[in-house]
Design a binder for this molecule. Structure first.
Ligand SMILES: [Cu+2]
Length: 89
C-alpha cells in the first residue's frame, strides 16, 4: 500500500510543481533611458502581468503573466509603449 502511494506521489509531483510555479517571462526592451520609461512599460504591462519589472540600464524586463495570457499578448502590450520588445526566454 505504501508503495502505491509513493508511486502516485512521484507521478503527480512534477505536474503539481509546474502548476504552482508561475513562469516568468524575460523580455528584451529596447530604447528605455530612465525611470519614467520603466514606469511606462510597467504600467502598460499591468493589464497582462501579475507582476512586472523593467530595467532601463539593462534594457530588460520581466513579467509573470496573468492566467490565460500568452507571451504574444504580453509582447503586443509592451510594444504599445513604443519600446521594441522581444522575448529573451
Ligand atoms: Cu525615460
Amino acid at each position: 500500500m505504501k508503495q502505491i502511494i509513493t508511486a502516485i506521489v512521484v507521478l503527480l509531483l512534477p505536474g503539481l510543481l509546474s502548476a504552482a510555479e508561475p513562469q516568468i517571462l524575460k523580455l528584451k526592451i529596447e530604447g528605455m533611458t530612465c525611470g519614467m520609461c520603466e514606469a511606462k512599460v510597467k504600467k502598460q504591462l499591468s493589464s497582462v502581468c501579475v507582476t512586472s519589472s523593467a530595467d532601463s540600464k539593462k534594457g530588460e524586463g520581466t513579467c509573470v503573466p496573468k492566467a490565460g495570457v500568452t507571451p504574444e499578448q504580453i509582447l503586443q502590450e509592451a510594444n504599445k509603449t513604443g519600446f521594441k520588445t522581444s522575448k529573451l526566454n
